[in-house]
Ligand binder design. Structure first.
Ligand code: FES
Length: 118
């Protein structure tokens, strides 16, 4: 088993920052239209930057790991930082090997998080 799979499985089994965030400034729902999986993202903001992110959702291992890992990465990011991180950053975060068919899983939380700044 390759390393990237171990990282994904670890976050899938023990998702970080899962749950509701009391006093969230923004709550975003994002869905993956191809499979119907849903994520709800809670964010607290300070001065246009993400201060805290929590999330709830049911999805596959890759979407769950993507949300879990992202929730640990985005503290302190503003809109520009998040755009710069990009889908390439998501792939790298997940170990660098996501096949095209799973990209929508990998980026589910990321796509939701972008809406925080809309
Ligand atoms: Fe639904 Fe991966 S199969 S997000």
């Amino acid at each position: 088993m390759s390393d990237y799979k171990e990282i994904i499985i670890d976050h899938y089994k023990n998702p970080r920052n899962m749950g509701e965030l009391a006093g969230a400034d923004k709550i975003i729902d994002e869905a993956n239209s191809s499979c119907g999986d849903l994520i709800k993202i809670y964010v607290k903001m300070v001065d246009g930057k993400i201060k805290d992110m929590k999330w709830q959702g049911i999805g596959c291992a890759i979407s769950t790991a993507g949300a879990s890992m992202l929730s640990e990465k985005v503290t302190g990011m503003d809109k520009g930082d998040l755009n710069k991180f990009g889908e390439a950053g998501v792939v790298e975060m997940l170990g660098g090997e996501i096949n095209a068919g799973r990209m929508k899983c990998a980026t589910l939380a990321y796509r939701g998080l972008l809406k925080v700044f809309n």
